[in-house]
Design a protein around this ligand. Structure first.
Ligand code: NAI
Ligand code: SF4
Length: 406
Protein backbone atom coordinates (compact mmCIF):
# COMPACT_ATOMS: atom_id res chain seq x y z
CA UNK A 1 0.00 0.00 0.00
CA UNK A 2 2.52 2.56 1.08
CA UNK A 3 5.62 3.42 -0.83
CA UNK A 4 8.32 4.83 1.38
CA UNK A 5 10.50 6.06 -1.34
CA UNK A 6 12.44 9.10 -2.37
CA UNK A 7 10.98 10.50 -5.54
CA UNK A 8 13.93 10.99 -7.85
CA UNK A 9 13.07 12.14 -11.38
CA UNK A 10 14.29 8.77 -12.67
CA UNK A 11 11.97 6.90 -10.34
CA UNK A 12 9.04 9.16 -11.19
CA UNK A 13 9.66 8.53 -14.88
CA UNK A 14 10.18 4.81 -14.30
CA UNK A 15 6.93 4.62 -12.31
CA UNK A 16 4.93 6.05 -15.17
CA UNK A 17 6.83 4.24 -17.96
CA UNK A 18 10.50 5.03 -18.65
CA UNK A 19 11.07 7.50 -21.42
CA UNK A 20 7.36 7.69 -22.06
CA UNK A 21 6.45 11.02 -20.52
CA UNK A 22 2.75 11.09 -19.76
CA UNK A 23 2.97 14.49 -18.20
CA UNK A 24 3.94 17.89 -19.45
CA UNK A 25 5.85 20.07 -17.04
CA UNK A 26 3.75 23.22 -16.77
CA UNK A 27 5.27 26.64 -17.11
CA UNK A 28 5.56 27.30 -13.40
CA UNK A 29 7.27 30.05 -11.40
CA UNK A 30 10.84 28.94 -10.71
CA UNK A 31 12.97 29.71 -7.67
CA UNK A 32 14.83 32.52 -9.49
CA UNK A 33 11.65 34.25 -10.65
CA UNK A 34 10.04 33.92 -7.24
CA UNK A 35 13.12 35.27 -5.44
CA UNK A 36 13.40 38.13 -7.93
CA UNK A 37 9.98 39.39 -6.83
CA UNK A 38 10.80 39.35 -3.12
CA UNK A 39 10.23 35.64 -2.55
CA UNK A 40 11.88 34.15 0.56
CA UNK A 41 12.51 37.60 2.08
CA UNK A 42 9.75 36.94 4.62
CA UNK A 43 11.29 33.61 5.58
CA UNK A 44 14.81 35.00 5.86
CA UNK A 45 13.61 37.94 7.97
CA UNK A 46 11.74 35.62 10.31
CA UNK A 47 14.73 33.34 10.64
CA UNK A 48 16.78 36.35 11.76
CA UNK A 49 15.02 36.81 15.06
CA UNK A 50 11.34 36.85 14.10
CA UNK A 51 8.67 36.14 16.69
CA UNK A 52 6.56 33.08 15.84
CA UNK A 53 3.74 34.26 18.06
CA UNK A 54 3.49 37.50 16.08
CA UNK A 55 3.12 35.46 12.88
CA UNK A 56 0.59 33.21 14.61
CA UNK A 57 -1.39 36.33 15.48
CA UNK A 58 -1.36 37.38 11.81
CA UNK A 59 -2.79 34.01 10.80
CA UNK A 60 -5.55 34.35 13.37
CA UNK A 61 -6.31 37.94 12.28
CA UNK A 62 -6.45 36.77 8.64
CA UNK A 63 -8.93 34.08 9.70
CA UNK A 64 -6.86 31.33 8.08
CA UNK A 65 -8.41 27.91 8.60
CA UNK A 66 -7.17 24.48 7.53
CA UNK A 67 -7.89 24.15 3.82
CA UNK A 68 -7.59 20.38 3.61
CA UNK A 69 -11.25 20.64 4.50
CA UNK A 70 -11.64 20.61 8.28
CA UNK A 71 -11.23 24.36 8.72
CA UNK A 72 -9.41 24.18 12.05
CA UNK A 73 -7.83 27.60 12.84
CA UNK A 74 -4.27 27.26 11.51
CA UNK A 75 -2.64 29.58 14.05
CA UNK A 76 -4.08 27.58 16.94
CA UNK A 77 -2.35 24.46 15.68
CA UNK A 78 1.02 26.18 15.97
CA UNK A 79 0.28 26.82 19.65
CA UNK A 80 -0.72 23.19 20.27
CA UNK A 81 2.47 21.86 18.67
CA UNK A 82 4.66 24.41 20.44
CA UNK A 83 3.23 23.40 23.80
CA UNK A 84 4.90 20.00 23.44
CA UNK A 85 8.64 19.46 23.84
CA UNK A 86 10.75 18.70 20.73
CA UNK A 87 11.90 17.19 18.56
CA UNK A 88 8.96 18.36 16.48
CA UNK A 89 8.12 17.69 12.86
CA UNK A 90 6.10 19.25 10.10
CA UNK A 91 4.10 16.87 7.91
CA UNK A 92 2.55 18.36 4.79
CA UNK A 93 -0.59 16.73 3.51
CA UNK A 94 -0.45 16.79 -0.28
CA UNK A 95 -2.50 13.63 -0.70
CA UNK A 96 -5.34 15.49 -2.37
CA UNK A 97 -7.70 12.53 -2.67
CA UNK A 98 -11.21 13.86 -2.19
CA UNK A 99 -12.86 13.22 -5.56
CA UNK A 100 -13.33 16.46 -7.48
CA UNK A 101 -10.59 18.29 -5.57
CA UNK A 102 -7.68 19.68 -7.58
CA UNK A 103 -6.91 23.05 -6.02
CA UNK A 104 -3.60 21.96 -4.42
CA UNK A 105 -2.43 20.65 -7.77
CA UNK A 106 -3.51 23.92 -9.40
CA UNK A 107 -1.35 25.96 -7.01
CA UNK A 108 1.63 23.60 -7.09
CA UNK A 109 1.72 23.57 -10.89
CA UNK A 110 1.81 27.37 -11.01
CA UNK A 111 3.37 28.86 -7.88
CA UNK A 112 5.19 26.06 -6.05
CA UNK A 113 7.43 28.51 -4.19
CA UNK A 114 4.57 30.26 -2.42
CA UNK A 115 3.76 26.84 -1.01
CA UNK A 116 7.42 26.03 -0.29
CA UNK A 117 8.02 29.35 1.48
CA UNK A 118 4.85 28.84 3.55
CA UNK A 119 6.05 25.36 4.40
CA UNK A 120 9.43 26.65 5.59
CA UNK A 121 7.78 29.43 7.60
CA UNK A 122 5.57 26.87 9.37
CA UNK A 123 8.61 24.64 9.94
CA UNK A 124 10.47 27.61 11.40
CA UNK A 125 7.51 28.51 13.63
CA UNK A 126 7.43 25.13 15.37
CA UNK A 127 11.19 24.57 15.11
CA UNK A 128 10.65 21.43 13.07
CA UNK A 129 13.64 19.07 12.93
CA UNK A 130 12.49 17.83 9.56
CA UNK A 131 9.67 18.23 7.05
CA UNK A 132 7.85 15.25 5.58
CA UNK A 133 6.13 16.26 2.37
CA UNK A 134 3.55 13.59 1.54
CA UNK A 135 2.49 13.98 -2.09
CA UNK A 136 -0.13 12.26 -4.12
CA UNK A 137 1.62 9.96 -6.61
CA UNK A 138 -1.03 10.62 -9.25
CA UNK A 139 0.49 14.08 -9.73
CA UNK A 140 3.75 13.20 -11.56
CA UNK A 141 4.32 16.73 -12.84
CA UNK A 142 3.94 18.12 -9.32
CA UNK A 143 6.39 15.55 -7.97
CA UNK A 144 8.91 16.51 -10.62
CA UNK A 145 8.45 20.24 -9.90
CA UNK A 146 8.93 19.66 -6.19
CA UNK A 147 12.01 17.50 -6.75
CA UNK A 148 13.61 20.21 -8.85
CA UNK A 149 12.64 23.13 -6.66
CA UNK A 150 13.58 21.47 -3.36
CA UNK A 151 16.99 20.77 -4.94
CA UNK A 152 17.15 24.46 -5.94
CA UNK A 153 16.46 25.49 -2.33
CA UNK A 154 19.18 23.13 -1.12
CA UNK A 155 21.54 24.57 -3.74
CA UNK A 156 20.72 28.12 -2.60
CA UNK A 157 21.47 27.16 1.00
CA UNK A 158 17.92 27.87 2.19
CA UNK A 159 17.56 24.33 3.54
CA UNK A 160 20.01 21.64 4.47
CA UNK A 161 20.14 18.65 2.12
CA UNK A 162 17.48 16.14 3.18
CA UNK A 163 15.64 18.58 5.45
CA UNK A 164 12.57 18.25 3.27
CA UNK A 165 11.77 14.59 2.72
CA UNK A 166 9.49 14.12 -0.29
CA UNK A 167 7.32 11.04 0.13
CA UNK A 168 4.96 9.53 -2.41
CA UNK A 169 1.54 8.20 -1.56
CA UNK A 170 0.29 5.14 -3.41
CA UNK A 171 -3.28 5.99 -4.26
CA UNK A 172 -5.00 5.12 -1.00
CA UNK A 173 -7.65 7.73 -0.15
CA UNK A 174 -7.35 6.95 3.55
CA UNK A 175 -3.68 8.02 3.58
CA UNK A 176 -4.96 11.60 3.33
CA UNK A 177 -6.40 11.21 6.84
CA UNK A 178 -3.67 12.80 8.92
CA UNK A 179 -2.89 9.94 11.27
CA UNK A 180 -3.04 7.35 8.47
CA UNK A 181 -0.66 9.59 6.53
CA UNK A 182 1.69 9.58 9.51
CA UNK A 183 1.52 5.78 9.73
CA UNK A 184 2.37 5.68 6.02
CA UNK A 185 5.29 8.08 6.52
CA UNK A 186 6.54 5.74 9.26
CA UNK A 187 6.52 2.88 6.75
CA UNK A 188 3.38 1.18 7.98
CA UNK A 189 -0.01 0.44 6.49
CA UNK A 190 -2.16 3.59 6.47
CA UNK A 191 -4.60 2.95 9.29
CA UNK A 192 -6.09 5.98 11.08
CA UNK A 193 -5.26 6.23 14.77
CA UNK A 194 -7.68 6.86 17.57
CA UNK A 195 -7.59 10.39 18.92
CA UNK A 196 -6.83 11.85 21.36
CA UNK A 197 -3.90 12.04 21.46
CA UNK A 198 -3.87 14.49 18.57
CA UNK A 199 -0.93 14.54 16.20
CA UNK A 200 0.10 17.86 17.73
CA UNK A 201 1.12 15.75 20.74
CA UNK A 202 1.92 12.34 19.25
CA UNK A 203 2.68 12.50 15.55
CA UNK A 204 5.49 11.22 13.32
CA UNK A 205 7.54 8.62 15.23
CA UNK A 206 5.73 9.63 18.40
CA UNK A 207 6.82 13.27 18.26
CA UNK A 208 4.71 16.44 18.19
CA UNK A 209 3.80 17.10 14.57
CA UNK A 210 2.30 20.07 12.82
CA UNK A 211 0.11 18.92 9.92
CA UNK A 212 -0.90 21.42 7.27
CA UNK A 213 -2.50 21.00 3.88
CA UNK A 214 -0.70 22.37 0.78
CA UNK A 215 -3.09 25.27 0.20
CA UNK A 216 -2.96 26.32 3.86
CA UNK A 217 0.80 26.77 3.48
CA UNK A 218 0.33 28.74 0.27
CA UNK A 219 -1.79 31.23 2.23
CA UNK A 220 0.65 31.33 5.14
CA UNK A 221 3.29 32.64 2.72
CA UNK A 222 0.86 35.13 1.23
CA UNK A 223 -0.18 36.42 4.67
CA UNK A 224 3.47 36.85 5.65
CA UNK A 225 4.25 38.64 2.38
CA UNK A 226 1.09 40.70 1.91
CA UNK A 227 -0.51 40.92 5.36
CA UNK A 228 -3.72 39.44 6.77
CA UNK A 229 -5.87 41.61 4.50
CA UNK A 230 -5.03 39.27 1.62
CA UNK A 231 -7.74 37.09 3.17
CA UNK A 232 -9.80 39.15 5.57
CA UNK A 233 -10.45 42.14 3.31
CA UNK A 234 -12.98 40.20 1.22
CA UNK A 235 -16.50 39.98 2.57
CA UNK A 236 -19.60 38.54 0.95
CA UNK A 237 -22.92 37.32 2.34
CA UNK A 238 -21.58 37.88 5.85
CA UNK A 239 -18.58 35.60 5.26
CA UNK A 240 -14.97 36.76 5.24
CA UNK A 241 -12.12 35.48 3.12
CA UNK A 242 -11.54 33.61 -0.09
CA UNK A 243 -12.12 30.02 -1.08
CA UNK A 244 -10.50 27.94 -3.82
CA UNK A 245 -13.37 26.05 -5.43
CA UNK A 246 -12.49 23.08 -7.66
CA UNK A 247 -15.47 23.10 -10.03
CA UNK A 248 -16.41 20.18 -12.27
CA UNK A 249 -19.44 18.45 -13.71
CA UNK A 250 -22.13 20.07 -15.85
CA UNK A 251 -20.61 23.55 -16.14
CA UNK A 252 -19.35 25.27 -19.26
CA UNK A 253 -15.81 25.83 -17.97
CA UNK A 254 -14.70 23.42 -15.25
CA UNK A 255 -11.65 24.61 -13.34
CA UNK A 256 -10.27 26.16 -10.18
CA UNK A 257 -11.95 29.42 -9.17
CA UNK A 258 -10.74 31.62 -6.33
CA UNK A 259 -13.89 33.38 -5.12
CA UNK A 260 -15.21 35.07 -1.98
CA UNK A 261 -15.90 32.52 0.77
CA UNK A 262 -19.54 33.66 0.85
CA UNK A 263 -20.18 32.48 -2.72
CA UNK A 264 -23.31 30.46 -3.41
CA UNK A 265 -23.65 27.71 -6.03
CA UNK A 266 -25.21 30.33 -8.32
CA UNK A 267 -22.06 32.49 -8.05
CA UNK A 268 -19.80 29.51 -8.60
CA UNK A 269 -21.66 28.30 -11.68
CA UNK A 270 -21.59 31.85 -13.06
CA UNK A 271 -17.82 31.99 -12.52
CA UNK A 272 -17.50 28.69 -14.38
CA UNK A 273 -19.18 30.12 -17.46
CA UNK A 274 -22.70 29.00 -16.54
CA UNK A 275 -24.20 25.55 -16.94
CA UNK A 276 -23.02 23.41 -19.85
CA UNK A 277 -25.24 23.79 -22.89
CA UNK A 278 -28.49 21.90 -22.56
CA UNK A 279 -28.17 21.34 -18.83
CA UNK A 280 -30.25 22.68 -15.95
CA UNK A 281 -28.97 22.56 -12.37
CA UNK A 282 -30.46 19.72 -10.37
CA UNK A 283 -28.04 19.09 -7.52
CA UNK A 284 -24.48 19.75 -6.40
CA UNK A 285 -21.84 18.28 -4.23
CA UNK A 286 -20.35 21.19 -2.26
CA UNK A 287 -17.17 19.52 -1.02
CA UNK A 288 -16.54 16.07 -2.36
CA UNK A 289 -18.60 12.93 -1.72
CA UNK A 290 -18.08 13.27 2.06
CA UNK A 291 -20.29 16.36 1.88
CA UNK A 292 -23.15 14.52 0.13
CA UNK A 293 -25.49 16.11 -2.36
CA UNK A 294 -27.61 19.26 -2.07
CA UNK A 295 -30.60 20.19 -4.24
CA UNK A 296 -30.76 23.10 -6.72
CA UNK A 297 -33.30 24.80 -4.43
CA UNK A 298 -30.43 25.45 -1.99
CA UNK A 299 -28.88 28.01 -4.28
CA UNK A 300 -28.64 30.86 -1.76
CA UNK A 301 -26.41 29.25 0.88
CA UNK A 302 -22.84 30.56 1.11
CA UNK A 303 -20.51 27.60 0.52
CA UNK A 304 -18.12 28.17 3.39
CA UNK A 305 -17.03 26.59 6.66
CA UNK A 306 -19.89 26.40 9.20
CA UNK A 307 -22.67 27.40 6.79
CA UNK A 308 -23.58 23.91 5.58
CA UNK A 309 -23.57 21.98 8.87
CA UNK A 310 -27.18 22.95 9.66
CA UNK A 311 -28.09 21.32 6.34
CA UNK A 312 -26.33 18.03 7.09
CA UNK A 313 -23.35 18.84 4.89
CA UNK A 314 -20.05 20.74 4.97
CA UNK A 315 -17.77 22.56 2.56
CA UNK A 316 -14.71 20.34 3.15
CA UNK A 317 -12.16 20.77 0.40
CA UNK A 318 -14.61 22.84 -1.71
CA UNK A 319 -14.82 20.25 -4.50
CA UNK A 320 -17.97 21.45 -6.19
CA UNK A 321 -19.46 18.89 -8.59
CA UNK A 322 -22.49 20.13 -10.51
CA UNK A 323 -25.23 17.69 -11.57
CA UNK A 324 -28.02 18.44 -14.02
CA UNK A 325 -31.45 17.12 -14.87
CA UNK A 326 -29.64 14.52 -17.00
CA UNK A 327 -28.18 12.97 -13.82
CA UNK A 328 -29.63 10.72 -11.17
CA UNK A 329 -29.08 11.77 -7.54
CA UNK A 330 -29.65 8.19 -6.48
CA UNK A 331 -26.98 6.89 -8.88
CA UNK A 332 -24.57 9.60 -7.75
CA UNK A 333 -25.04 8.65 -4.08
CA UNK A 334 -24.53 4.97 -4.88
CA UNK A 335 -21.35 5.83 -6.73
CA UNK A 336 -20.11 7.76 -3.68
CA UNK A 337 -20.83 4.85 -1.33
CA UNK A 338 -19.06 2.44 -3.68
CA UNK A 339 -16.07 4.74 -3.49
CA UNK A 340 -16.15 4.72 0.33
CA UNK A 341 -16.57 0.94 0.34
CA UNK A 342 -13.46 0.60 -1.85
CA UNK A 343 -11.43 3.08 0.16
CA UNK A 344 -12.43 2.07 3.70
CA UNK A 345 -9.30 0.83 5.44
CA UNK A 346 -11.38 -1.93 7.01
CA UNK A 347 -10.07 -1.32 10.51
CA UNK A 348 -13.42 -0.74 12.20
CA UNK A 349 -16.67 -2.64 11.73
CA UNK A 350 -19.18 0.26 11.45
CA UNK A 351 -17.35 1.60 8.40
CA UNK A 352 -16.08 -1.64 6.82
CA UNK A 353 -19.41 -3.50 7.10
CA UNK A 354 -21.53 -0.34 7.02
CA UNK A 355 -20.31 0.84 3.60
CA UNK A 356 -20.73 -2.64 2.13
CA UNK A 357 -24.23 -2.98 3.59
CA UNK A 358 -25.23 0.50 2.45
CA UNK A 359 -24.19 -0.26 -1.13
CA UNK A 360 -26.32 -3.41 -1.08
CA UNK A 361 -29.34 -1.56 0.29
CA UNK A 362 -28.91 1.28 -2.21
CA UNK A 363 -28.93 -1.18 -5.11
CA UNK A 364 -32.48 -2.31 -4.24
CA UNK A 365 -35.31 -0.90 -6.36
CA UNK A 366 -36.77 0.76 -3.27
CA UNK A 367 -34.48 1.98 -0.52
CA UNK A 368 -35.29 0.69 2.97
CA UNK A 369 -35.09 4.15 4.47
CA UNK A 370 -35.58 3.06 8.08
CA UNK A 371 -32.73 0.58 7.88
CA UNK A 372 -30.47 2.99 5.97
CA UNK A 373 -31.06 5.66 8.61
CA UNK A 374 -30.28 3.21 11.42
CA UNK A 375 -27.12 2.13 9.61
CA UNK A 376 -26.11 5.77 9.04
CA UNK A 377 -26.47 6.54 12.75
CA UNK A 378 -24.27 3.60 13.69
CA UNK A 379 -21.62 4.63 11.17
CA UNK A 380 -21.58 8.27 12.28
CA UNK A 381 -21.51 7.38 15.98
CA UNK A 382 -19.05 4.50 15.97
CA UNK A 383 -16.56 4.87 13.10
CA UNK A 384 -13.00 5.67 14.08
CA UNK A 385 -12.29 8.34 11.47
CA UNK A 386 -13.92 10.87 9.17
CA UNK A 387 -14.33 8.42 6.29
CA UNK A 388 -16.87 6.25 8.08
CA UNK A 389 -18.41 9.21 9.88
CA UNK A 390 -19.06 11.18 6.67
CA UNK A 391 -19.94 8.27 4.35
CA UNK A 392 -23.66 8.37 5.27
CA UNK A 393 -24.01 12.04 4.20
CA UNK A 394 -24.92 11.20 0.57
CA UNK A 395 -27.47 8.61 1.77
CA UNK A 396 -29.18 10.96 4.19
CA UNK A 397 -29.23 13.92 1.81
CA UNK A 398 -30.69 11.92 -1.07
CA UNK A 399 -33.38 10.51 1.27
CA UNK A 400 -34.18 14.07 2.34
CA UNK A 401 -34.06 15.93 -0.97
CA UNK A 402 -34.71 13.35 -3.69
CA UNK A 403 -37.36 11.00 -2.22
CA UNK A 404 -38.95 10.47 -5.66
CA UNK A 405 -35.86 8.65 -6.90
CA UNK A 406 -35.58 6.06 -4.17
P1 NAI B 1 -10.75 17.44 12.35
O1 NAI B 1 -11.66 18.59 12.49
O2 NAI B 1 -10.95 16.29 13.26
O3 NAI B 1 -9.25 17.92 12.56
C1 NAI B 1 -8.70 18.99 11.85
C2 NAI B 1 -7.31 19.28 12.32
O4 NAI B 1 -7.32 19.93 13.59
C3 NAI B 1 -6.41 18.06 12.51
O5 NAI B 1 -5.09 18.41 12.11
C4 NAI B 1 -6.46 17.79 13.99
O6 NAI B 1 -5.31 17.13 14.45
C5 NAI B 1 -6.57 19.19 14.53
N1 NAI B 1 -7.29 19.23 15.82
C6 NAI B 1 -8.63 19.17 15.97
N2 NAI B 1 -8.94 19.26 17.29
C7 NAI B 1 -7.77 19.36 17.96
C8 NAI B 1 -7.43 19.46 19.36
N3 NAI B 1 -8.36 19.49 20.30
N4 NAI B 1 -6.12 19.54 19.68
C9 NAI B 1 -5.18 19.52 18.71
N5 NAI B 1 -5.43 19.41 17.39
C10 NAI B 1 -6.71 19.35 17.03
O7 NAI B 1 -10.86 16.97 10.81
P2 NAI B 1 -10.09 15.86 9.95
O8 NAI B 1 -10.67 14.51 10.20
O9 NAI B 1 -8.61 16.00 10.12
O10 NAI B 1 -10.45 16.30 8.47
C11 NAI B 1 -11.74 16.15 7.94
C12 NAI B 1 -11.87 16.96 6.68
O11 NAI B 1 -11.00 16.50 5.69
C13 NAI B 1 -13.27 16.92 6.08
O12 NAI B 1 -13.79 18.22 6.12
C14 NAI B 1 -13.06 16.48 4.65
O13 NAI B 1 -13.77 17.28 3.74
C15 NAI B 1 -11.60 16.69 4.44
N6 NAI B 1 -11.03 15.79 3.45
C16 NAI B 1 -10.23 16.35 2.51
C17 NAI B 1 -9.64 15.61 1.53
C18 NAI B 1 -8.79 16.28 0.49
O14 NAI B 1 -8.44 15.64 -0.50
N7 NAI B 1 -8.43 17.54 0.66
C19 NAI B 1 -9.84 14.15 1.48
C20 NAI B 1 -10.73 13.65 2.49
C21 NAI B 1 -11.30 14.46 3.45
FE1 SF4 C 1 -10.84 2.71 8.52
FE2 SF4 C 1 -13.36 3.42 7.92
FE3 SF4 C 1 -12.71 2.94 10.43
FE4 SF4 C 1 -11.74 5.13 9.18
S1 SF4 C 1 -13.86 4.74 9.70
S2 SF4 C 1 -10.62 3.72 10.54
S3 SF4 C 1 -11.49 4.29 7.10
S4 SF4 C 1 -12.66 1.44 8.72
Amino acid sequence: HNHIDHATPEKVLAAIGAGDTHFRLPDYETCETYAASGGYEALLNLRQGGDWEAVQEQLLVAGLRGLGGAGFPSGKKWGFVHANPGPRYLAVNGDEGEPGTFKDRWYLERTPHLFLEGMLIAAWAVEAEKVFLYMRDEYPAVLEILRREIAALEGAGLIAPGYVDLRRGAGAYICGEESAMIESIEGKRGLPRHRPPYVAQVGVFGHPTLVHNVETLHWIARICREGPQVLNATEKNGRKGLRSYSVSGRVAQPGMYLLPAGSTITDIIAAAGGMAEGHVLKAYQPGGPSSGLLPASMDDVPLDFDTLQPHGSFIGSAAVVVLSEHDSARAAALNMLRFFEDESCGQCTPCRVGCEKAVKLMQEDRWDQGLLEELSTAMVDASICGLGQAAPNPIRLVMKHFPDEI
